[in-house]
Design a protein around this ligand. Structure first.
Ligand code: ZN
Length: 284
């Protein structure tokens, strides 16, 4: 970024909120997060040098995920946090030191605006966009714990229906690492749904050290799962509402079975915070 662009962006980012927060009931027992909700870029960044149509693709954001998130949160009365910036600006689902935090290349597209960023620009994006989003998640979690109801966290993502010409068979998949409390009952419930092909830790690994759920779920001992929904199913609003209703219907009873809240919401470490090495970098 040139000096001129930098001062313009400083002014504009004051007006650009890095995240959208749905208040919900802090004691609902749930927190919904959506790390790739938006393909927006703050003023000063233009389109990162990409044609607008590239930003409309999955490389800019998770198509349909924001609509599902809003409706799941509404149905469960749960708080939710969603990014207001494109993952191409900075990826909220990466550790701050992850080499793919700011992508120079994404699914074959060179991102010109990311080609030659320096340490100062990296720090700026971390501080203005990434940190506030994660701080907001921490704050919601802290408040819920303070109110005596630690939340289980569901992270909502979507994946492309094709990858390099090969159709992907799953309607949805659950990604998880070592804590089975939320993923296992969610997988059971999804697999019991008529006509759905449900995957587990595909097409990406659920083991990504430093990602959003590692940070807020694993490291804080909170039950958590990441759902990936196939984009063709939630591209339109009707599909978003259908999937949100399905998820809310599945999730609601999980906190209601006798003994489950304590079990699902145990805040003590679950023994699942071991570092995971050797896993492939995920492109969630
Ligand atoms: Zn995603």
């Amino acid at each position: 970024m040139t000096k001129q662009v930098d001062s313009a962006s400083r002014l504009e980012t004051k007006l650009f909120s890095p995240f959208t927060q749905i208040e919900g009931e802090g004691t609902s027992g749930w927190l919904i997060v959506c790390d790739h909700a938006s393909n927006a870029l703050p003023q000063g960044y233009g389109t990162l040098g990409l044609p607008q149509e590239q930003l409309e693709r999955h490389i800019g954001y998770d198509i349909g995920a924001a609509g599902v998130t809003r409706e799941v949160a509404r149905l469960l009365g749960a708080p939710a946090l969603m990014t207001n910036f494109s993952r191409l600006l900075i990826d909220a689902n990466r550790g701050a030191d992850d080499p793919t935090l700011i992508m120079r290349l994404s699914d074959g597209a060179v991102v010109p605006g990311n080609a030659d960023f320096d340490e100062a620009e990296r720090t700026k994006r971390v501080n203005r966009f990434y940190v506030p989003y994660h701080a907001a998640i921490d704050e919601v979690i802290d408040r819920a714990i303070g109110a005596g109801r630690p939340p289980a966290i569901l992270s909502i993502h979507t994946f492309t229906e094709n990858w390099r010409g090969t159709p992907r068979p799953w309607h949805a998949t659950i990604l998880w690492d070592k804590d089975p409390r939320l993923p296992v009952p969610m997988l059971e419930a999804l697999r019991a749904e008529e006509g759905l092909v449900i995957g587990e830790n595909v097409p990406y690994t659920g083991e990504l050290k430093g990602d959003c759920l590692h940070r807020h779920g694993t490291q804080r001992g909170l039950a958590h799962a990441l759902i990936e929904i196939r984009q063709d199913l939630v591209r339109e609003e009707a599909g978003q509402l259908e999937w949100a209703q399905r998820l809310a219907r599945i999730m609601e009873p999980l906190l209601q079975v006798p003994g489950a809240p304590a079990k699902l919401n145990a805040i003590e470490h679950h023994g699942s915070n071991t570092d995971v090495n050797g896993s492939e970098p995920a492109h969630l």
